[in-house]
Design a protein around this ligand. Sequence first.
Ligand code: ADP
Length: 580
Amino acid sequence: MFGKDFQRKYALTEQGIRNTKKGAFWTVIVNLIVMGGAGILYLVMSGFMGTLTDKTPLPSVVPVIGGVFLFAVLSFLTHLQQYRATYGLVYNEVKATRLSLAERLRRLPLGYFGKRDLADLTETIMGDVNRMEHVWSHVLGYLYGAYISTAIIAACLILYDWRLTIACLWGVPVAFGLLFGSRKIAARSAEQTKKAAVRVSDGIQEALENVREIRATNQEERYLQGLNRKIDAHEKTTIQGELGTGIFVNAASVIMRLGVATTILTGANLILSDKIDFMLLFLFLLVITRIYAPFDQSLALIAEMLVSQVSADRMMEIYDTPVAEGTETFAPKGHDIVFNHVGFAYDEKEVLHDVSFTAREGEVTALVGPSGSGKSTCARLAARLWDITKGSILVGGVDISTVDPEVLLRDYSMVFQDVVLFDDTVMENIRLGKRGATDEEVRAAAKAANCEEFVKRLPQGYDTPIGENGAKLSGGERQRISIARALLKDAPIVLLDEATASLDVENETKVQGALSRLLAGKTVLVIAHRMRTVEAADKIVVLADGQVAEEGTPTQLMERKGLFHHMVELQRQSAAWQLG
Ligand code: ADP
């Protein structure tokens, strides 16, 4: 019952499975003890009935009170155990699951994050785990415990009278059959509700991120209307979903209770035809008031269990995605990067075809080409942010697909345009480049990256918090922080998305100086946008439509008068063009 399939179905950890078993065990004990209470009542009633009909003496009071007392104590203790095993242990399970999901995400190839956006993943770690928590704590132990205890009680009742047992319990399988039959409908509406919820959070996130653009273009009204529509749609799908499952859950509850009527009818018939005596019917009536109770508890939440499949599936999808694996050692001979007939597709469509080139250590290799030609893709692949589909990429002779990405990335510095900064101080943001770097080292790197000048102006210098994703810094300042990080790391390979492209002239010179310090002696792969960088490069790889169109030194390529020459000419013309 509690095997691997069960574990997958409810996305439980090993500990979670053990806890569920414990919860189910104590639920069985609790249910049986409660039935024991009905047993005591039956015995007392039998005693009284005997006195009334056969004039036997009244049962003595002491054992009755003793029995009731024992029942109360046992009942209290077992309920306590049940509570601990179901609610109490689940909080650890929630924590363990969130941590293991986050750990798993950390090791997934970056490509995965293109498929599921941040709002979606956050919803899984927070929302889906929350929903599962309800199932783990309120449903699983109770429900499975109730199955087992009901089976035991049914087996005992059959010993008394099989006809009454059926009359009493037929509703249970029918009710659950109905509920499980409705599972598809419930799951579908849960999926729709989830999608609507993700659309709402996406909408809010988007609005917050673009608040400046929205204001500047007077689009608030339109944006809010769009958001309103999304919220309305979410509300509608939620109500529809709850209504749908509500109908089934209530129908199941009613059907189960029909058992009381059928038991009375059957019992009355059997008494009339002298097949049983009244006390047996009385026993069944006592039992029946208790037998549905454990189901009631889980029935209220069973809708959640039925739709929890969607949440569990979304969690299992993260566990099932293969992580980018590889060896823990990386000992390349030098740091030349070699692309060997590389083919790559983000989804189905191949964006790089048969790309081969070499970026040598100590040289600057510039990737040039029209927008969308595959420059950024090449840079990402060089650091194994994605795995390629054809060919191979070697660094110092080692195939990078065999190296654990975390180990591999120790040898890379990346300075990309979209610098990611954390809501922490300037000091800590730079220190990210090298774990355990001293304050002195951080300051030296900051100085070399020309950060000093703006850091001095900050109210608390290096200890100034810079806001979420560096909201309090200008574009140039953010880039200089990212260069300082790279300088601190001092990795042998530098990937550079021409970080200075969007800067004004003053900032540009400052960043330029920092960059040349960073690049000296390294293997540098730069996504070049402007001619100045390109002309200074040792080697140029021109990409067009995901293929290498030309390759060589700037002079060689100019002489060839091919695509590169054409691009240079175009840029010269646009540079000569002036306002007015
Ligand atoms: P460049 O850097 O030269 O502008 P890119 O490497 O960014 O070109 O893009 C190459 C091709 O890959 C383009 O057709 C682009 O649409 C596609 N592409 C880039 N990034 C992704 C992504 N994350 N998912 C799917 N397609 C992408």
